[in-house]
Design a protein around this ligand. Structure first.
Ligand code: GLN
Length: 195
């Protein structure tokens, strides 16, 4: 059975772990560098990107996470996770993991819309629109040529994929819909058991 790690330094860790188990994955909570050896994929949850960025350095996880992602391990970043994976954060000199060819805007939905829900169609996810929960959400401002846009809210890109790197500006772990986690687990399966 595939083992998917959930970065366990801050944020919605338990909810991601529950969703992953419900779609049939084994889950490893990742807090120490050695945990990275035991996983076939990694979820980087929402929370606060500056804090998570500091904590992954403090816990000695930064280099190991980057190396595994560069080596092809599937990664799924939600909300703050999307910011951590981006090559550039607009208006800031800080870059965290910088492995995805995206420019992102933090807190782009403004204070008056701290959180909201919207049903959005997501390409690659069959069936009804997906219930997207946004909490002080970022969005993707621009993408490189290798990045596929999977969903938009108005003009704003809120889900994208580049090879084995998947991101959403919303929190799929906070709705009862398991399809995004099933989609990610499928990416992990295809990578760890190539046909
Ligand atoms: N806007 C937050 C940040 O910059 C992310 C919010 C979230 O993950 N819910 O980190």
């Amino acid at each position: 059975m595939e083992r998917v790690g959930v970065l366990n330094v801050q944020g919605a860790v338990r909810e991601h772990a529950d969703h992953l188990r419900r779609v049939g994955s084994e889950v490893v909570l990742v807090k120490h560098p050695e945990d990275l050896q035991a996983i076939d994929g990694l979820v980087i949850p929402g929370g606060e990107s500056t804090t998570i960025g500091k904590l992954i350095r403090k816990y000695g996880l930064y280099d190991g996470i980057r190396e595994r992602i560069e080596g092809g391990m599937p990664v799924f970043g939600t909300c703050a996770g999307l910011i951590l994976l981006a090559k550039k954060i607009e208006g800031s000199d800080t870059t965290h993991l910088g492995v995805m060819d995206t420019v992102v805007d933090r807190n782009s939905f403004g204070r008056q819309r701290e959180s909201f829900e919207a049903d959005l169609p997501i390409s690659e996810i069959d069936g009804d629109a997906f219930p997207c929960v946004f909490i002080r959400a970022p969005h993707i401002v621009s993408t490189g040529a290798d990045v596929s846009v999977l969903a938009t809210y108005g003009e704003k890109i809120v889900a994208a994929r580049q090879g084995n790197r998947l991101v959403t500006a919303f929190h799929p772990e906070l709705s009862d819909d398991l399809r995004m986690h099933a989609y990610f687990l499928d990416m992990v399966r295809k990578t760890s058991q190539p046909v």
